[in-house]
Design a protein around this ligand. Structure first.
Ligand code: UGA
Length: 440
């Protein structure tokens, strides 16, 4: 583990005002650095200058506002100018999945080229976006290829481990900071930037740092698919997955986190990172069959969930299905690769009538399901009114306080399909509901 270093103040440019970039920019500014966050989406930059956030993330808005007002955080759509003024450039641009599962690294290459063309003083270019192993090498080659001066530069990898919905907390209280470098200068700069966090710092080479990120996300996804697979056996055997997970988790070697069975993982990280890790491993010569199984188990959780409801209601055509929760997890409005989309689409193809409600993701949902016959509701009671099944898809805190007696009265048929094992089975069955959980 690396030693802590004294903090210095840096001129930082964060490229990309998405979940990783915007949170990191605000947090680096909060640590006292002079930060400019750049994005080529001019509308997004204009909105940020008016302190309008592009997505919902708890605790982010006040942090952005505080630092924007005290001028430690600025927003720009001029990549060239921002690069010229910065000493440290964090790449937090999107690396979306391509058809074949590989990561699209076009945005990374574009920024690397622009850095090369504007290399007016020493710069440290740091990958923060999740990228496949050996991307750093390509970034370095790109800068060498297009640079017009002999000004020195370094490339480093500093993967981000923050979770949506808890991003600000995760930034300030990380379990570890990973720094992959090839030079002492780059290592010292990054150690100094992270010094105030008092987190363990793992220093390694660039390839290893890149791989740590893919391996970490894939391992967490594996844990979820493992417990989901066990939940299937629990269903068949009449065992209780929650007790299984509790007892397994008490073993310190296993740990209790990420053992929550449900309708599977979603979001813009696990599904795409798993695909990208499978792809890059294959390209390097290793067939990562384990991860293919993790992905299959995950896809099947959603299919099995709908299947279970179908078995119960027999015919789904014209039945009203109320979907509560659309974001891929609570405390975010993000619906990218959300399990809710596969579930809604499965019910639509069965000819069911769908009503949906989510505390934050309704605008995203309207966009995502544009043109589809769905009733968008303004609250959960409107969604479940007249429903034959209440599908609990995202375990928002607010849902835990729902008035079940009222719901029982307004539903057409009192069936709860608890995709996140949020309800107490005995309590809801005691109130007269029929209950379908995941492995319990
Ligand atoms: C994940 C990682 O947890 C972060 O460390 C990482 O930085 C991030 O990806 C990323 O690569 O950017 P995130 O996608 O925000 O973070 O969400 P998680 O909290 O990890 O949840 C992912 C999915 O797994 C959600 O759909 C959640 O409902 C599901 N999940 C999680 C379960 O089904 N069971 C569990 O026990 C835990």
């Amino acid at each position: 583990m690396a030693e802590q270093k004294k903090q210095e103040i840096y001129n930082i440019c964060v490229v990309g005002a998405g979940h990783v970039g915007l949170v990191a920019a605000a947090c680096f500014a909060e640590l006292g650095n002079k930060v400019v966050c750049v994005d080529n989406d001019k509308k997004r930059i204009e909105a940020l200058r008016k302190l309008k956030m592009p997505f919902y993330e708890p605790k982010m808005e006040p942090l952005v506002a505080k630092n924007y007002n005290r001028k430690t955080l600025q927003f720009s759509s001029s990549l060239k100018d921002s690069i010229k003024k910065a000493e440290v450039i964090f790449l937090a641009v999107g690396t979306p999945p391509l058809e074949d599962g590989s990561a699209d690294l076009t945005a990374i290459e574009t920024v690397a080229r622009t850095v090369a063309e504007n290399l007016n003083s020493y710069k440290l270019i740091v990958e923060k976006s999740t990228v496949p192993v050996q991307t750093g090498k390509k970034v370095k080659e790109t800068i060498y290829r297009y640079k017009k001066t002999d000004v020195p530069f370094d490339v480093a990898s500093n993967p981000e481990f923050l979770r949506e919905g808890k991003a600000v907390y995760d930034f300030f209280y990380p379990d570890r900071v990973v720094i992959g470098t090839e030079s002492k200068r780059a290592e010292e700069i990054l150690k100094s930037i992270y010094a105030p966090l008092k987190a363990p710092i793992v220093v390694t080479n660039i390839n290893t740092a890149e791989l740590i990120k893919h391996a970490s996300n894939s391992f967490l996804a594996t844990k979820i698919s493992f417990i989901n697979a066990v939940s299937r056996v629990c269903d068949l055997a009449g065992a209780d997955i929650e007790k299984v997970a509790l007892a397994m988790g008490l073993d310190k070697r296993i740990g209790s986190d990420f053992l929550q069975a449900g309708i599977g993982y979603g979001g813009f990280c696990f599904p795409k990172d798993l695909e990208a890790f499978i792809y890059i491993s294959k390209r390097l010569g290793y067939d990562f069959d384990l991860l293919k199984a993790v992905k299959d188990i995950n896809d099947n959780q959603q299919k099995n969930y709908v299947e279970k409801i179908k078995e119960h209601l027999w015919i789904l055509k014209k039945k009203k299905i109320a979907i509560l929760g659309l974001s891929f997890k609570p405390d975010t409005d993000d619906m990218r690769f959300a399990p809710s989309t596969a579930i809604v689409n499965a019910f639509l193809s069965e000819g069911s009538q769908i009503s949906v409600y989510d505390p934050k993701a309704m605008p995203e949902a309207r966009e995502m399901f544009k043109g589809k016959k769905i009733q968008f509701c303004s609250n959960l009671y409107a969604a479940v009114k007249g429903a034959d099944c209440l599908c609990l898809v995202t375990e928002w805190d607010g849902f835990k306080k729902m008035d079940l007696k009222k719901i029982k009265k307004i539903m057409n048929y009192p069936l709860i399909a608890d995709g996140r094992n949020m309800f107490d089975k005995d309590k809801v069955t005691g109130l007269g509901f029929e209950y379908l959980g995941v492995g319990k």
